[in-house]
Design a protein around this ligand. Sequence first.
Ligand code: FAD
Length: 514
Amino acid sequence: MIACAEHFLPGNDAEPKPDDDVVSSLSKTLGVQAITTDDLGIASKDFGGLKFVKPLALVRPYTTDDVARVVRAAGRSPTLTVAARGNGHSINGQAMAEHGLVLDMRSMNELVQLVRINGAPYVDVSGGALWEDVLKRCVSEFGLAPRSWTDYLSLTVGGTLSYAGVSGQAFRYGPQTSNVTELEVVTGKGETIVCSKTQSPELFFAVLGGLGQFGIITRARIVLQEAPHTVRWIRVVYSEFEEFSSDAEWLVRREEGESCFDYVEGFVFVNSDDPSNGWPTLPLDPQQVFDPIHIPPSAGPVLYCLELALHYRHSDNPSRVDAVVDGLLGRLRFIKGLKFQVDMGYTEFLLRVKRDEEHAKINGVWDAPHPWLNLFVSKSNISEFDSEVFKKILKDGVHGPILVYPLLRNKWDSRQSVVVPESDIFYIVALLRFSPAPPKGPSPQLLVEQNRQILQLCLAKAFDFKLYFPHYHSRQDWINHFGNHQWSRFVERKTAFDPMAILAPGQKIFSRVP
Ligand code: FAD
């Protein structure tokens, strides 16, 4: 067992604090290795680029025991907190710990182990594993793959399971949290517990979607399926929101046994030739062209795209694949002439956002601030949301994807900590802003203000909605987020598993108990 701890150097004039003693004793018990200066900053920033918080130390745990020791050591101090940091792709400092200990979960020993239970395949992975590594290893070593994904895979298993983990497969298999059967967790009391639906179920359900409040996920057992070889990836365009949404809902409601796509997403884009918000963002391949001649004169300031994918194997007859696709597309009311399609490898499809990341890094927008807004909006309010938000507030786009697609509530387990709207169908709405940093782009504060305006509108109209990746400033806002019943449950779970409120201080829900 080895781990590294590194002080964020107090200035020469700083008085040593009792917490510094905790860190130096931790350094002795865990075994200290020097870490490079390049690594020092990762604990104080995240993908959002809106918040910078200095921890007391960055700890690199290699084993579950290391994690447990760190939590127990923090518990011996009256003030120390511990933030598990996955890949730091939060946007509001959720993986940070002001004057606390940040655990770099990616340093944990790699684990990708196939497990068969009654013949069914699962994979055991470490909480700090990146989903992209889980994908590559499962496909290349076992010919198998998880069923439910996020769009972008440089996220850790523990990081997405702390929220939900949503992409175009969630209508069918539920979010990633619905595709886990067992977890190993270090609670806020420093205990290591293996839990599942039947073994310590209260902890299992608490941790899934639990915003890191109840325990640190050190291992997860994920359901696998046979990996397809190829994917047909399709985009079709709509000018009318009602047609777009009713087609999307028809697709996600297909019954078991009926033909259906394996992936259903949707997004809004600007009805103009703007290169980062409009028509040019649609084609899937450089040879394809978006010809606006097909857009009906009745179209408004924004258009809608249904993004679909069908999996198949090399052994499938190509005419069967065409027949399934044509059969499904034939029922949809998209604008004929605005259909884009490519076939590509399954892994390549799942890693599609990695290519966008490379471009965004080159043009500087990856490292600029990202004031994103993610919401779940009830089906009953989505049409008004379209008229008020997409067509008005966001009519010029967000310099990045505006996702909107339906999810089925019955695929979400209400025993988990995540909260979603009441209705049977709700939409995920994600404003994935990629504006250049000022002075080339708008000030991030202006965009935060626009997010606030959207939330105010949802509140004023009493929409049935929830924030995904919630971020609030007051206790009352958290209570409103959960609703009275779920808030009581959340507090009971906190009392049971992290009574001193050591874990995930960056979520700003509970204060450390001395
Ligand atoms: P971090 O940001 O490091 O941590 C997030 C929270 O989880 C923190 O509170 C942290 O303390 C806690 N945590 C981290 N690891 C653990 C652990 N092992 N145990 C317990 N708690 C832990 N989300 C989707 O659902 N679908 C998407 O398609 C999607 N696409 C994205 C694309 C991009 C480019 C980005 C930047 C984000 C995207 N997200 C998406 C959001 C993403 O799921 C969350 O930001 C997630 O938290 C990122 O994981 P991370 O490993 O970086 O977690």
